[in-house]
Structures are given as C-alpha cells and as structure tokens.
Design a binder for this molecule. Structure first.
Ligand code: ADP
Ligand code: MG
Length: 590
C-alpha cells in the first residue's frame, strides 16, 4: 500500500484508542477533568462495568454555553496556552484529547453550567457528530454521560473483560483519586449500589477509611519526616503497619505531585523500606505522595500519563525509602515485628544455610544479630538520645546476608560473589559506605570512637559559624572521633580524625562535618547525617583496584551489617540473581 496520510476519522480512532482503552480509562479522564475544574464534589456512576453506562458529575466551574461543543474538538483545551507551559504542567489535562476521543467511540451527553449562567446546556454527540444541543435546567457544574462504549469498535470491545472485572478496575481508578484528593468528596456507585463516598474533609485517614475500611485506616502510620527543604523531593502520606500487609501490590499507591504514577523504581524503594518488616511476597498498604518541583517532572511521556520521567530519580528513590524506613523504625514496637515470622525459611530465603551451601557454613549465631548491635536505622541511637529499643529486647529483624564466597572484582567497581541461592553483584562503594556507617554509629553510641592520631597535627582556620558549632557541640564532635583544640583566634588544631577518614584530608573532613551540623536538624538528626558524610568520605571509591583479600574482607563486614542490602542513602548495595532466575535466563527450565 502506498504511503498516505490517514483519514481524520481513522487518525482520531487511533488516538482515541490510546486514551480510551477501557471503561476505567474513560472514568479516569472524566474525573481528571472534574478535578481540573476545581470540583469539590464528584460522583461516578457505572453500569455493566462501564461498558453500558458511565456518568461523572461534578460541581466544578462548568463550561460556558458557547464553548460546550468546542470542548469536543481535538486538541481543544483551556489548560495549556504556550508550549512553555509544558515544562510545568500542574493540571491533569493539557492535550485536549480526552473528550473527542471518548466521543469517537461512544454516545456522549454532556450537561454543563457555569456559575454565571442561569441555565445549563446539553449537547449530545454520537461518534463525533453533534446530534442535539439544547438548553436545560441544571445545577452549576458538569455531568458527562457515556453510553455504549466501543459499540462501533467490536475488535476493541472483544478485549474487554467481564463487566465485573471492568467494574473492579473502575473502582481502583476512582479509589486512587479519592486517596489523592481527600479534600474532594468523591463517590462511586456500581450498578446502583454505592461502593464508597469520601467526606472531602481533607483528612487522608478518613478517605482511607471510606475507600478501604476503618480498620485499615486505623492501622496506618503518618510518614514522619519533617520537610526540611521545599525544593528537595519529599514524601508525605500514610503507610500501613506490617500487620496490614497484602498479598499483592494493589494497595501500594504512589503519587508524584498528586498525580498517580506507576514507577517500578519507586515501588521498589517503598518495598525495600519494609525489608525485615514483612514476609516474602507480602506487600504493604501505602498512600504516599512525593512532592518534587514541577520542573523536575516530565509528564508528557504517554497520553495515559501514568508514567512520568523524573530528572533525579536517585534522589527521589532515596527520599522515599528513607521516609518510609524512618517511619517504620520510629513507630513500631518490637513485638509487632514478629521476628520469627519474617525469618521463616522459603526457597528464596533459606535459613538453614548449611543444607544449601557446601562451602564455609556460618557458625551458629552468625546469622543472628549480636545483641550489642542495636537498630541502626532509628536515628535515635546516639548518646543522650532515648533509644526506641530497650536493651536485650529482640532487635529489628532484618534479612541477613548469607555467607558469600567472593569470586572477584568487576570493572574495579563491583564484587562478584556466590551465595547459597545464586549470584550477588555488590557495589564496593555502597557496601563500604554501609559498613562504615554502622561502625561509626555503633562507636559513637558507645562513646568509644576509633580515632586515628595525626603524626603531624594540622591547623585549620574556621568560619565564625563553624567555631560556634565546635564550641557548642564539642562532645558530639569528639564522639565521632575528632580530636580538636582551640589554638587562638579562628585557628584550631586537629590532632586526630575518625579512623575511617585516615586517608582523607583531616581539615577538609572537619569542615565538612561542621558545615553539615550547621545546617541544623530536621529531616534526620545531624548525627545521622554526620555519619552519612563520614561514611561517604571514607568509603572506598568505585574504580579502586582491590586485592582479593580486601574484597573478601569487605564482603565479610557487609555480612555483619544489620541493614546490608542498602547504603545509608537507601540505594541498593547489591543485586541478587537467584539460582531460579539464572535457570530461567538460560532457558534451563520452563
Ligand atoms: P484537556 O483536559 O486535556 O484540556 P479534554 O478533552 O479532557 O482536554 O477537555 C477539553 C476541555 O473541556 C478542557 O480543557 C476544559 O476546558 C473543558 N472541560 C472538560 N471537562 C470539564 C469539566 N468537568 N468541567 C469544566 N470544564 C471541562
Ligand atoms: Mg482532560
């Protein structure tokens, strides 16, 4: 066939297919329009799974009578003026494609009225043709009714599931909006029966009670990381106690700037944060909104707009994971962690390493956390702070690393190792950061930092701000392993540094730590950040050649860590390729 431009009719059907895949996607577009129109009340009615009938009614701005039909023209939108706006889209809509697309595959009736008008306007459109337009009595707002979805597209209709299954999808879509916008009262009714209605009070917990259940709402924990810096990514919302865990990820709802997103890496960050709190293949309930400056999000990736591109995914990942992890460790009484349950052996998590592992079985006890190694993630573990955990109580269970056999270094950056269930690739810098971080915290807590005395003491001139910190926090600085004395004026003498920093410039390290402390607390305690900073400074870099002994020693130390799977910033320290995965990849089994 010769190349030709598609007829407008076919082109619009193709475009329509992208926006309107199934009833749930139509509902999504209509509810987004209502929210964009500042509605405070939205009700959704579906019948026959939405294939027969969908109606979305709102009390928003309405559309002026003379624009009611324009709204159905392709690329007609009131939301985007100049291409520049694409950089910082804050409304859901912006393409002007939804209404025309829906109208291309169904019969649509819209009734709308602005607050300034006396009466409403009704338009009826059948497969893109205006068939009726009249004035009607109506309350301010808009109501869009969609009937006979895909009646003219039997091929697409064939792909729909049963009415019940389509209704379930509609339910999760509407639920996600209700959880994203507790300030809007959102109701759903399916085949005439009310499924839920949120109050619109603005309380997320109330919305969760309506959409899930009051019991679930009660078991949710507020994410407890005060926002330190508005310009940095931060996570807010509620996360479920481990006891509320589900067997799939359907209750794990993530938003970026209020827009629901599907993002594997963020989902993974959230799940990782629950590591040690949940059994294998159990997933948390969570409703989390990640706030990022609009300019750092690209929503213009796909018409359905559930994918977003984040410019600083690593930072977002870390912020999310840290927020969730801190909330869990700060809130959960030890007994709720049900240590034995999380340590149940599964094929992926063999507890009895010996039966799987022919080389160097760990001695009994090595698999459990020594008592002196208290939780390192709570941030409440420095001298003078109350520890959340009473001594001698069982510690936060974690998924310990099995004993690993080191194979060698790859690209002078990763360490390849074999474990009882497959292969591990370990990031040497991240792993060392984790090791140092735990060591620094343990030592600081014990008031017994390991210090490296300098053969030649170094002098350093400090700023007034740095001096103030040194004078007010000298004991904390010493607890990290610094030995510093005033020398007169702005000059100080450094006689010793934390031993993890023995390779670093002593005066630079001191300045860095003082600057960190000067930034104040907030997000996490400065002690925690000082430990991050020291660990990061002191950790071996990527690109450093390590001897076999050094790699083996590093891995051995990582095995001893209480949170070996992530670096202190929340990034993974390792990738685990299970034996099953390897077999699958090599086509050794079905
Ligand atoms: P978009 O949302 O991308 O602008 P749509 O096709 O979904 O495109 O809607 C086209 C226009 O119709 C919107 O820009 C808006 O001006 C108007 N509109 C649609 N639905 C509503 C509504 N529920 N309330 C008020 N205006 C609406
Ligand atoms: Mg829209």
């Amino acid at each position: 066939m010769a190349i030709h431009v598609l007829s407008p009719e076919i082109a619009s059907k193709i475009a329509a297919g992208e926006v309107t895949e199934r009833p749930a996607s139509v509902v999504k577009e209509l509810v987004e329009n209502s929210i964009d129109a500042d509605a405070s009340r939205i009700s959704v009615d579906v019948r026959g799974g939405g294939i027969e009938y969908i109606r979305v009614t709102d009390d928003g701005t309405g559309i002026p009578a003379d624009e009611a039909t324009v709204a159905f023209e392709r690329f007609a939108t009131s939301k985007l003026d100049v291409a520049d706006d694409l950089e910082s889209v804050v409304t859901f809509g912006f393409r002007g494609e939804a209404l025309p697309s829906i109208a291309a595959v169904s019969r649509v009736t819209m009734v709308t009225r602005t607050r300034g008008e006396d009466g409403g306007t009704q338009v009826d459109i059948e497969e893109r043709t205006l068939v009726n337009r009249q004035q009607v009595g109506a309350a301010p707002g808009t109501s869009v009714t969609v009937r006979g979805l895909f009646r003219n597209l039997p091929a697409r209709r064939k792909f729909l599931r049963s009415a019940a299954s389509e209704a379930t999808r509609v339910q999760s879509v509407v639920g996600r909006f209700a959880l994203a916008r507790p300030d809007v009262s959102i109701g759903l009714s399916i085949d005439g029966t009310s499924s839920f209605t949120t109050s619109g009070s603005g309380e997320l917990r109330e919305a969760i009670a309506a959409v899930y259940s009051p019991q679930v709402a009660e078991g949710m924990l507020d994410i407890e990381t005060p926002v330190e810096d508005e310009a940095a990514p931060n996570a807010i919302g509620l996360i479920g106690r481990p006891s509320l865990a589900r067997s799939n990820r359907n209750h794990l709802t993530l938003y970026v700037n209020g827009r629901w997103v599907q993002n594997r890496s963020l989902t993974y960050a959230l799940q990782e944060a629950y590591r040690g709190f949940l059994m294998e293949r159990r997933y948390p309930i969570a409703v989390v909104n990640i706030r990022i400056p609009h300019s750092e999000v690209d929503v213009n990736v796909h018409p359905s707009k559930t994918e977003v591109r984040l410019q600083q995914e690593g930072r977002v990942f870390a912020a999310l994971q840290r927020a969730v992890r801190q909330t869990l460790t700060a809130n959960l009484p030890v007994q709720e962690l049900s240590a034995p349950a999380t340590r149940t052996a599964t094929p992926n998590n063999p507890l009895d390493v010996r039966s799987y592992w022919p080389v160097a079985p760990p001695t009994p006890g090595e698999q459990s956390v020594p008592d002196n190694r208290a939780d390192v993630t709570s941030g409440a573990s420095f001298p003078g702070e109350q520890s959340q955990l009473a001594p001698q109580q069982p510690l936060i269970p974690h998924r310990a690393l099995p004993a690993l056999r080191v194979l060698g270094q790859i690209k002078t950056t990763y360490i390849a190792a074999e474990g009882p269930d497959g292969m591990y690739l370990i990031d040497q810098h991240a792993a060392h950061e984790r090791v140092l971080f735990e060591k620094i915290k343990t030592e600081a807590r014990g008031g017994n930092p390991s210090t490296q005395g300098l053969i030649e003491p170094a002098t350093v001139d400090l700023t007034p701000e740095q001096i103030e910190i040194i004078e007010s926090q000298i004991s904390e600085i010493k607890s990290l392993g610094f030995e510093v004395e005033a020398f007169g004026g702005r000059t100080f003498v450094v006689r010793g540094v934390p031993s993890v920093l023995r390779q670093e410039d002593p005066t630079e390290s001191l300045r860095d730590v003082l600057d960190l402390m000067a930034e104040g607390g907030g997000y996490e305690s400065w002690e925690e950040r000082a430990a991050y900073s020291l660990a990061c400074h002191g950790a071996i870099r990527a690109g450093k050649v390590l001897s076999f002994q050094e790699t083996a020693e590093l891995v051995r130390q990582l095995e001893q860590c209480s949170q070996p799977h992530t670096c202190p910033h929340g990034r993974p320290t390792m990738i685990h390729l299970t034996a099953a995965r390897l077999e699958e990849e090599f086509g050794r089994r079905g």
